[in-house]
Design a protein around this ligand. Structure first.
Ligand SMILES: Nc1ncnc2c1ncn2[C@@H]1O[C@H](COP(=O)(O)OP(=O)(O)OP(=O)(O)O)[C@@H](O)[C@H]1O
Length: 244
C-alpha cells in the first residue's frame, strides 16, 4: 500500500460483554479505493464496521481517519467527519416516499439549498432512483431499496462509506446492479469499505481485500492477491482462481 491510508485500525480489541470479538485488528483502508472484508460467519466483520462508525467502543487500540482518532467520538461526530454506514438491516422508512427518505439523509445539513443541491447530485448519479422519487419506499424491490439506501448515504457527500453485506438477500442478477452502484459511489469520490459474505464477487469488485478469521486479520493485500491466495481460496472461496 502506498501512502497513508484514509482509515487505519491498529490493534483494535472490542466485544459485547461476553468477551472480545475483535482480538487485535490491524489494517488500513486506502483512500479512493474499494476495500472488501471477507471471512467466515462470526469472524467479526460487522463488529469492525460498528467500531468504525462509533456504535461500539474498542477496549484497546485505535481507529484513525486521516490521522485523527475516531475512538472516543460519538457516532454523530464520526458522521460529521464524513463516515457514513449503510447497515445490513433494511433501514428505509417504508411508508415515506423515496424522495422523503433521500431528503432525510441530509438531516444534519442545516442549509436547505445545500440539501437541494445534494439531492440533485445524488439523482444525477443514480437516475433510476430519481424515477422512483414519488413512490413509497416499501413498494420497491429489495435491490431497488438498496440503491435508495446508497443514494441516501451519499447525501452527506461522505469521504468513507461503510457497506455491510450489501448483497444480502439479493438474487445474483440484482447483486450485479448493487455492486455497480457501489462502484459508481466510489467513482464519485467516496472511499468504500465493504463487508461481503459473497467473498469472491466482493473481492473482484475491490482493489483491496482483508481476510478476517476469529477476530483477527489473517491476510490483507490487493483483491487479486487475496483471490489467488491458495489457502484462502480453499478455505473461504471454494477453490482458488488463477484468472479473474
Ligand atoms: N450485539 C451483539 N451482542 C453480543 N454479541 C454479538 C453482537 N453482535 C455480534 N456478536 C457476536 O460477535 C461475534 C462476531 O460477530 P460479527 O457479526 O461481527 O461477525 P461477522 O464476521 O460479521 O459474521 P456474519 O457474517 O455472520 O455477520 C459473533 O460471535 C456474534 O455472536
Amino acid at each position: 500500500m502506498s501512502g497513508e491510508p484514509l482509515l487505519a485500525m491498529d490493534g483494535v480489541v472490542a466485544g459485547y460483554g461476553g468477551g472480545d470479538v475483535l482480538r487485535g485488528v490491524t489494517f488500513g483502508v486506502p483512500e479512493g479505493a474499494i476495500t472488501c472484508v471477507v471471512g467466515p460467519n462470526g469472524a467479526g466483520k460487522s463488529t469492525v464496521m460498528r467500531v468504525i462508525s462509533g456504535l461500539l467502543r474498542p477496549r484497546l487500540g485505535t481507529v484513525t481517519l486521516r490521522g485523527e482518532k475516531l475512538n472516543g467520538k460519538t457516532p454523530r461526530q464520526i458522521l460529521d467527519l464524513g463516515v457514513v454506514q449503510v447497515t445490513q438491516n433494511h433501514s428505509l422508512f417504508k411508508d415515506m416516499t423515496v424522495h422523503e427518505n433521500i431528503d432525510l439523509g441530509g438531516y444534519t445539513i442545516k442549509d436547505r439549498s445545500t440539501v437541494g443541491k445534494r439531492i440533485d447530485a445524488v439523482y444525477d448519479l443514480f437516475p433510476q432512483v430519481r424515477g422512483w422519487a414519488g413512490m413509497k419506499a416499501g413498494s420497491l424491490s429489495g435491490g431497488q431499496q438498496r440503491l435508495v439506501e446508497f443514494a441516501r448515504a451519499l447525501m452527506l457527500d461522505p469521504v468513507l462509506i461503510l457497506l455491510d453485506e450489501p448483497s444480502m438477500g439479493l438474487s445474483p442478477l440484482v447483486l450485479k446492479s448493487v455492486f455497480d452502484a457501489a462502484r459508481q459511489m466510489n467513482a464519485s469520490g467516496a472511499t468504500v469499505l465493504l463487508v461481503e459474505q459473497n467473498a469472491r464477487a466482493g473481492l473482484k469488485l475491490s482493489q483491496h481485500g482483508v481476510v478476517m478469521e476469529n477476530g483477527t486479520v489473517r491476510l490483507a493485500g490487493t483483491g487479486r492477491e487475496v483471490l489467488e491466495h491458495p489457502e484462502i481460496g480453499e478455505l473461504y472461496l471454494g477453490g482458488t482462481v488463477k484468472k479473474i
